[in-house]
Write a protein that binds this ligand. Structure first.
Ligand SMILES: [Zn+2]
Length: 491
């Protein structure tokens, strides 16, 4: 039998019932837990469990299975890792990985397939850029995917070419999919193991709940983990636009599932990214990935199907188009909680439109730290409107914070710092920063609201699920989900 638990020793005493719900908080906790309760010692400040509103579990799992270039600071450093990885592979095996980031290299020029041909001994290589919007591939990978000089750019994508018209090995946006489609997939067991390990990493960072933007394959894997009792935290799954028709046919609605694994929104891309120079700006720069007619139809279909939308929009042009499409649908159904993901650059005229249209700003504060120099370079006229959580909050927008991991670290404490004190330290529009209380809300009750869970998690109140993040001296000392300790630091 599962007993009630009493969490004590931290800034708040909390009693949790056998089904993981909070029975009482504060002085009443001890009596509420009863004499038979299991006592769990905590140390530090007790917060509602931190939640990440936007991350990608699939590439996190893949990163554990392939070569990780996240911390490689130069082209040579990347190639050294590729060389090392290639040594252990069959001559014909694919070499995969992600995390390269030429903007942080001494020479930020985009790399070439020739580099990979030499480093990987002619093997097919597929390396996704840190932001996920470009890939760097070898000649063998291009050949297997059938990409040659005579192949035109796909709609919404670009195949970089040299003066002679030959592909250089850099693929952008939809062109990335041309190679991804021919890369062999990991087995179910490999995927499950990679996902379980990634979720344990997230628990260590203090997260109790995440909103994932993944594919049906990972949703299947998450269900297997849930069934096997290997899902440590809550996952809300957002399905890709490509699967909307299937969801419509099945009649799946937002909220289907349980408090641990559930379906919420439909993820669609309106533009690219700042790093790949594909963010759609009002001045005409960038790559619109989804045209307006189709976007309007997509939103209407979701509202009709009682599904939500999570619209990726980074540039001020894409954000405006998303608001234009969502405004007429305000209040479309009981749990209509449309979200704009990233909203990295928003024209000031559009700040109040979030509240007016009931649109949630799902932002990743850590992006500002990573992108600041690039934003100053690419968006010099509009950086005052970039990563503008402070301005959006003042304009009445509801905020939900996340990390976009593995694009950036999933560490929510780093994100909270980025949203609050960092702007002052970095001397980068400190007026756009948030208070600590606001940032904490955006990682807890705000994130819960963004997936219709505001009466389940995000607050320390009787009846809510006992999800806790305990922090001492800027470090997570314990993570609790549904009354179960899913991480505890060693002293
Ligand atoms: Zn993302």
């Amino acid at each position: 039998m599962i007993r009630a638990r009493l969490f004590r020793g931290g800034s708040l005493e909390i009693a949790a019932g056998a089904s993981g719900e909070i029975l009482a908080v504060g002085p009443a906790a001890k009596a509420a837990a009863g004499r038979d309760a299991e006592v769990v010692g905590l140390r530090g400040k007790v917060w509602p469990g931190l939640q990440d509103a936007h991350l990608h579990l699939s590439p996190m799992a893949m990163r554990r299975l392939g070569v990780d270039l996240t911390s490689a600071r130069s082209l040579d450093a990347c190639l050294a890792r590729v060389r090392k990885r290639a040594e252990g592979l069959l001559r014909t095996a694919w070499l995969q990985g992600r995390g390269w980031y030429n903007d942080a290299w001494p020479d930020p020029a985009f790399p070439h397939r020739g580099h990979l041909d030499r480093a990987a001994g002619g093997r097919p290589v597929f390396l996704v850029r840190k932001d996920g919007h470009s890939a760097w591939v070898s000649s063998a990978a291009l050949a297997i995917a059938g990409i040659g000089r005579e192949i035109p750019d796909p709609p919404g994508g670009v195949i970089d070419r040299d003066e002679a018209g030959d592909p250089t090995g850099i693929l952008r946006e939809k062109a990335v999919e041309m190679v991804r489609a021919v890369v062999p997939e990991p087995s179910d067991a490999e995927l499950d193991a990679g996902l379980a390990a990634s979720l344990r990493d997230l628990a260590r960072l203090g997260l109790t709940s995440v909103h994932s933007m993944d594919r049906a394959r990972e949703f299947g894997a998450l269900q297997r983990l849930r069934q096997a009792g290997r899902l440590p935290m809550r996952v809300t799954y957002n399905l890709p636009y490509a699967d909307l028709a299937a969801a419509e046919r099945m009649g799946v609605r937002s909220g289907w599932g349980d408090a641990w694994l559930r379906i919420w929104g439909v993820k669609a891309f309106l533009d690219g990214s700042l790093g790949s120079r594909t963010a759609e700006m009002l001045d005409g720069r960038g790559v619109p990935v989804l045209e307006q007619g189709e976007l309007v139809e997509l939103c209407a279909r979701c509202a009709k199907a009682h599904l939500n939308v999570t619209l990726h929009a980074i540039g001020d042009g894409a954000v405006r188009r998303a608001l234009d499409a969502l405004q007429p649908l305000a209040g479309a159904w009981r749990w209509w909680r449309p979200r704009i993901e990233h909203a990295q650059c928003v024209h000031p005229d559009d700040w109040p439109r979030f509240q007016a249209a009931g649109v949630i700003a799902s932002m990743q504060p850590i992006h500002a730290v990573a992108d600041r120099e690039l934003a100053d370079l690419e968006w010099p006229e509009v950086t005052a409107n970039a990563y503008a959580w402070g301005a959006l909050e003042r304009a009445g927008a509801r905020l939900a914070f996340g990390s976009d991991a593995p694009v950036e670290t999933a560490d929510p404490l780093a994100g909270m710092d980025a949203a609050t004190d960092w702007r002052e330290r970095a001397v980068w529009y400190p007026g756009l920063s948030l208070s600590h209380a606001s940032a904490l809300r955006a990682y807890t009750s705000g994130t819960a609201y963004a997936v219709g869970q505001e009466t389940v998690v995000g607050r320390l109140r009787p009846g809510f699920q006992c999800d806790l993040t305990v922090v001492e001296g800027g470090r997570v000392t314990a993570t609790v989900a549904g009354g179960r300790v899913i991480f505890r630091s060693r002293r």
